[in-house]
Design a protein around this ligand. Structure first.
Ligand code: DLL
Length: 434
């Protein structure tokens, strides 16, 4: 179902003119209200009045995560604090978190965009939405919550953790939609089986998963193990939180980004130049309706491409291809660029292993090493050593053939890799401590 027909199916020319109008308003606002933008624009020798077309956007400087850190906590807010009604923050691996603030109107738009997202995923009023994204500074929990209420569904504010209770509630309350990270969805299915419950037999229909990279193969695992349709949702706290883009249930191919609120661009992460239409690169987003913390050309570090072909669902907003990783998560192993999601795709295409893995990167004698730890299923685990050896050779060979990197595969016992209730930690890079 389309939640907001007026905006979601707007003709392309109308989207472009709305974007230009809103972009100009945003530039006028930030160049007055945010000292960092005054400085950036003057350093780049551009005046906002010179931005006369969407193409002119490329003349503006980028905004980086570091800019938010340098202006911690409120230095990039474009309104006084008494207009901010909510504050969220995302914790990086190091240092201070990135802080974002929302005005009442920002919260209202966020709820609208998340309601659109739920509807695009096939959810509607009458659904019981089991929200297992974390509530707190993380945007996942509250972002999905407000959207579910706006949709008119019944939302269960579970938050993450307490897995046994999640399963009991899901069963007793008749949850029909599950919102959580893809890794947690698989963990829930596994934990349910241990409780003697087959989630496939429950009323659950749809899973809305994001907040971490996942592969097409992982989607199949989730759909099979939970008996649902698994939909990819994308977002980041700096831009909004969940609900920046989502797949439609009709195609499950590419995530519609709400272009009446965001302008996406794809750049070459090395040169900063826009890539030719349809090519892969780093996603850069400009917000054009945000009041609390509008961001101009924010470098997301996420790697994707734009799908501009019209979609059968009727929405006219462009689609982002499933994220293939982050430019800063890309591992360089003996000179070869590897994204964890590529290894995931290889692993999940092989029989006998479970969708739980971890990559250990290290350096020995000045050479990078990659160890792929992956769980085997109960049946394979009880097989003869020879069968296990063959399996491990098979994985090593497939990874070498497809990615060009030699790795050591360690098959581990079922359930021995730590499960995550939020974002999974897939990579342990020991080189960083050396
Ligand atoms: O993860 C917001 C969110 C919550 C999105 C719930 C979807 C669902 P942050 O904690 O700021 O915000 O992390 C944002 O997570 O830049 C991506 O690298 C990654 N990410 C988010 N969604 C996806 C996805 C939330 N569907 C960062 N596929 C982003 C791949 C994703 N990566």
């Amino acid at each position: 179902m389309i939640w907001n027909d007026d905006f979601e199916t707007l003709p392309r020319e109308a989207i472009a003119s709305l974007q230009l109008k809103r972009l100009k308003q945003t530039l006028d606002r930030v160049s007055v209200a945010v000292p960092l933008y005054r400085e950036k624009f003057s350093a780049a020798k551009v005046e906002t009045a010179q931005i006369k077309s969407l193409d002119d956007l490329r003349r503006l400087p980028f905004t980086l995560k570091q800019d938010l850190r340098d202006n911690y906590p409120y230095g990039m807010f474009a309104v006084p604090l008494d207009e901010i009604v909510r504050i969220h923050a995302s914790s990086g691996t190091t240092g201070k978190p990135t802080v974002v603030g929302y005005t009442r109107r920002d919260i209202d738009i966020w709820a609208e965009l998340m309601a659109r997202a739920f509807a695009a995923a096939g959810s509607h009023r009458g659904d019981v939405i089991h929200n297992a994204y974390g509530y707190g500074l993380f945007t996942g929990g509250l972002g999905a919550h407000y959207g579910a209420e706006r949709l008119g569904a019944s939302v269960i504010p579970m938050s993450g953790g307490n897995t046994k209770k999640q399963i009991m509630i899901m069963k007793d309350f008749g949850s029909t939609v599950l919102t959580c990270t893809p890794s947690y969805a698989l963990y829930l299915a596994e934990a349910a089986l241990e409780e003697g419950i087959d989630i496939r037999k429950l009323p659950l229909r749809i899973g809305i998963h994001g907040a971490e990279p996942w592969s097409e193969q992982m989607r199949s695992e989730i759909e099979e193990k939970l008996g649902i349709k698994a939909i990819d949702i994308y977002g980041l706290s700096e831009i909004l939180g969940p609900g920046v883009a989502i797949e439609c249930v009709e195609e499950q191919h590419g995530l519609h980004i709400w272009e009446d609120h965001f302008i996406p661009e794809i750049i070459n992460p090395e040169t900063g130049e826009r890539v030719p239409a349809g090519e892969k690169g780093e996603l850069v987003i400009t917000t054009i309706t945000k009041e609390g913390i509008p961001l101009i050309r924010y470098r997301t570090r996420d790697i994707t491409r734009l799908i501009v072909e019209p979609c059968t669902c009727g929405r006219t907003h462009v689609r982002l291809e499933r994220m293939s990783g982050r430019s800063d998560d890309m591992l360089i192993i003996r000179g070869v660029n590897v994204f964890p999601s590529q290894i995931e795709s290889v692993l999940f295409s092989i029989e006998g292993i479970e969708p739980h893995y971890q990559l250990i990167v290290d350096r020995a004698d000045n050479l990078d090493t990659l160890e792929v730890q992956v769980e085997v299923n109960e049946q394979t685990f009880s097989d003869e050593i020879k069968v296990l050896q063959n399996l491990s050779h098979h994985i090593t060979k497939d990874i070498k053939d497809l990615l060009g990197v030699t790795c050591k595969v360690r098959l581990v016992e079922p359930k021995s890799i730590a499960r995550s209730e939020g974002k999974a930690q897939r990579v342990i890079d020991k080189r960083l401590d050396k």
